[in-house]
Each structure stands twice: as structure tokens, then as C-alpha cells.
Design a protein around this ligand. Structure first.
Ligand SMILES: Nc1nc2c(ncn2[C@@H]2O[C@H](COP(=O)(O)OP(=O)(O)OP(=O)(O)O)[C@@H](O)[C@H]2O)c(=O)[nH]1
Ligand SMILES: [Mg+2]
Length: 407
């Protein structure tokens, strides 16, 4: 799960951190060399100044000499008056001041890194941030993260990196933290989705049952399996449910729903191949009412968003069943097509949430990051396997921890 994204992002961080650490090491080495050169120069100058002092100073015990007769040549070339010797610090300060400017210029032109003078903290410069973000962008796009979500994430990260001081001894860790924070920020921007268990419990508490949940989406995405997983999760919470085998489009689909219902241990309402799916949903709701069953889980035939007849049939089902929640079930492996599919379905009916299945076999995993951001419809659950327990409630933390573990 998220293997591609995890590998790509950690590699991008690692490579960048290594490069930075190497540069800092080289920079420190060069600075030390320069300091040593400077010290040697100062030493030589001090020695020179001292020699000059000794040459021009008079011995204190000697009586003042009578003023010598000024010869005409000496007047033309007067002996320079000894200048006061600068203090050692002044010599150092003046030279440092001049050289410091050059050094700063050199640093800024060679690299845009601004290094703290007294601390081991560094702030990345624009050029370095750009390089890092470009690499990350490529990794994100290659991992099925949508363009809009990748851009928003990278902008957030840019601001984050600009205002963050990185500890030069711990760059990789600090970068991982910054990426984690921005990833969390971008995920948290999407609306929080319904927790089906809680939603049903709330309805039960106010006597508003049965709660009707309709599942729809393209062919083979895992709708029927996901319904069984939800029935299983509700059952574990002591909530009863009935399945409506409203996929009458394929003969085998009815058997499949029945098979799952039997395995999970919940009743199923079915009809024959080709029957009206809306009337089966109607019967399932009536059955639930008659038997005090708290939730009705309505299956539907997989359909392409472009098939007008099937979309019409779905609209009828919504009209008849009046679901409390409509869930789009999509495969995470669909790539960039997924947001388009969701948008097309959402043109015809209200979609309250998305379940992304088959994350366990998705080498990329980027849709889990971007689908809610791109469509504006919250992500509710992630299908992580074929077993009935393999359904994880989506949270930003789950994604961030899966992609960039906090250790
Ligand atoms: N690895 C994995 N397989 C899954 C997951 N969810 C469903 N599947 C498998 O996907 C296949 C299709 O699942 P179904 O539940 O029949 O899909 P569907 O959307 O109902 O298919 P149609 O009714 O034909 O449209 C089955 O083999 C499931 O076991 C998941 O999260 N992970
Ligand atoms: Mg099915």
C-alpha cells in the first residue's frame, strides 16, 4: 500500500538531504581553511608591524639627541613620522569587514543557502527549494496524485520550508517533518466525511431507521465486496442490516451478493436477472421496516458514467429509495481517470462520499491523496484487501503515517 509514493517521496527527501549535508560539510571545510589562511596572514602582519615598531621606537634610556642639522636632500625626502600602530583587534576587524562582503557575495552567487553564523541551523534558499519541489512534483505526478493537488501541496510545502530552520545535523528528519506537515495540511483542507457506523447510530438514536445507503460506481471496482465489508462492520457494532441485490444487469451479480450476504450473516433481498433494480431496493426497505432492521445496503450494477440508460436507471433508484447516503466506490488503481468518473456521476446525483478500493494492490496510491481535494467529495474508507475486515476508515493521519512514517 502506497509503496510507490512512499519510496519516491522518501528517496527525494533522502537525496536532497544528502546533497545538502555534503554541501554543508564542504562549506564548513572551506570556511575552516579560509580561517586558517586568515590567521596566518594576521600573524605575518603582526610580526611585520612589530618589526616596524622596533625599528622606529627610541630606546628609553638614551638622552634626547640634539636636533640634527637639516641637509637640503633630507628636506626634499623627509623621514616619515612613525604612525601609531593599530591595535590587533582593529587590524582584524577592518580586514574582516572587507572580506566579509566578498564572502557573502560569493556565497550568494554560489548557492542561495543562508547559513546561521552562530547556530547550526540553515534556511533553504529559493533555488534549493525549487529543485527539491521539482523532484517531489515529479514523484507525486508519477504516483497518480492529481496536478491540482500536487500544486497545492507543493505551494504549502514551499511556505513551510521557507519559514523552517533546518538543523544541519538532522536535515533528512527535518525535511520529512516538513513534508509530513504539508501533506497533512493539504489532506485536512478537504471536508471530513461521514463515519458510516456513527451516522447509523445517530439515526437509530432518534428512531430514524432504516438508514438507506446506496453504493454506485464503475464496473468491478469492488462495490459488492465493500457492501459486505460495511455489513460486517455494522454487525460488529451490533447494528443489523439487509442487502438489496439491485444489480440485475448481470445474472452472476445476484449470486455474488447472495454469497457475500451468507458469509457475513445478513439477509438479502433479490429478484431475477433483468428485474427493475429500484423495485428490489423498495422491497428491501419494506423488509427492513417489517423486521426492525436498522440499515439497508443497496448494491447496483457497475456502469460507465457515459452510459445514459444506466445513469437514468440509477436516477430512478435514487428517486425510489431516497438513500440517506450515496457512496461512490472507485478503484484506487484507476489513475487520473478516477476524478473524472466521480465528477460525471456527481452531475446526475448527490454523492456524499467516496470509498477507494484495492489500495493493497495499488503500487502508486496517489488517488488517496488527491481524490477528495480534486472532486470536493470526502473520502470515507479505503479498501485494503479482499477480506471483510480489510476496510480502513480514511483519516489524513492514516495517509501521512503510511507514506512517511514518523520514526
Ligand atoms: N485486493 C483487493 N481486491 C478487492 C478489494 N475490493 C474488492 N476486491 C476484489 O475486486 C473484485 C471485484 O469485486 P466486486 O465486489 O465484485 O466488484 P463490483 O464493483 O461489485 O463489480 P461489478 O458488480 O461487476 O460492477 C473481486 O475479486 C474482489 O474480491 C480490495 O480492497 N482489495
Ligand atoms: Mg457487484
Amino acid at each position: 500500500m502506497f509503496d510507490g509514493l512512499k519510496k519516491k517521496l522518501s528517496e527525494a527527501v533522502k537525496i536532497f538531504a544528502k546533497k545538502e549535508e555534503k554541501e554543508i560539510k564542504e562549506e564548513t571545510k572551506e570556511e575552516r581553511r579560509e580561517e586558517r589562511r586568515e590567521e596566518a596572514k594576521e600573524k605575518a602582519e603582526r610580526a611585520e608591524a612589530k618589526a616596524e615598531e622596533e625599528k622606529t621606537a627610541l630606546p628609553p634610556s638614551q638622552p634626547p639627541r640634539p636636533a640634527p642639522q637639516t641637509k637640503p636632500e633630507e628636506e626634499a625626502h623627509p623621514v616619515p613620522k612613525p604612525q601609531p600602530i593599530e591595535s590587533k583587534n582593529e587590524v582584524k576587524e577592518e580586514r574582516r569587514g572587507g572580506e566579509k562582503d566578498n564572502k557573502e557575495l560569493l556565497k550568494l552567487s554560489l548557492k542561495t543557502k543562508i547559513k546561521g553564523v552562530f547556530t547550526s541551523n540553515i534556511t533553504l534558499g529559493d533555488k534549493e527549494i525549487d529543485d527539491f519541489l521539482d523532484n517531489l512534483k515529479l514523484s507525486l505526478l508519477q504516483s497518480d496524485v492529481s496536478f491540482e493537488a500536487a500544486e497545492a501541496f507543493l505551494e504549502d510545502l514551499r511556505g513551510n520550508l521557507k519559514s523552517t530552520k533546518l538543523d544541519s545535523r538532522n536535515i533528512q528528519r527535518n525535511l520529512v517533518d516538513a513534508v509530513r506537515k504539508s501533506l497533512f495540511d493539504i489532506l485536512a483542507r478537504s471536508r471530513a466525511g461521514i463515519d458510516v457506523n456513527l451516522f447509523v447510530k445517530e439515526k437509530i438514536a432518534v428512531g430514524n431507521t432504516p438508514v438507506k445507503i446506496l453504493f454506485l460506481g464503475p464496473n468491478g471496482t469492488g462495490k459488492t465486496t465493500t457492501i459486505a465489508k460495511i455489513a460486517h462492520a455494522l454487525k460488529k457494532e451490533g447494528i443489523s442490516s439487509v442487502m438489496s441485490a439491485s444489480d440485475t444487469f448481470r445474472a452472476a451479480a445476484i449470486e455474488q451478493t447472495e454469497h457475500h450476504a451468507t458469509k457475513v450473516g445478513v439477509p438479502v433481498i433479490k429478484s431475477k436477472y433483468g428485474a427493475d433494480p429500484a423495485s428490489i431496493a423498495f422491497d428491501a426497505i419494506a423488509y427492513a421496516k417489517a423486521h426492525g432492521i436498522q440499515a439497508v445496503l443497496i448494491d447496483s450494477a457497475g456502469r460507465q458514467e457515459t452510459n445514459k440508460n444506466l445513469i437514468k436507471e440509477m436516477e430512478k433508484m435514487v428517486r425510489v429509495a431516497q438513500p440517506d447516503i450515496t457512496i461512490f466506490v472507485g478503484e484506487s488503481t484507476t489513475g487520473n481517470q478516477l476524478s473524472e468518473q466521480v465528477r460525471e456521476f456527481a452531475k446526475f446525483m448527490r454523492i456524499d462520499g467516496i470509498i477507494l478500493t484495492k489500495l493493497d494492490v495499488d503500487a502508486k496510491g496517489g488517488n488517496a491523496i488527491s481524490i477528495a481535494y480534486t472532486t470536493g467529495i470526502p473520502l470515507l474508507y479505503l479498501g485494503t484487501g479482499e477480506s471483510y475486515d480489510a476496510l480502513v476508515r480514511y483519516t489524513p493521519d492514516f495517509i501521512v503515517d503510511s507514506i512517511l512514517p514518523n520514526n
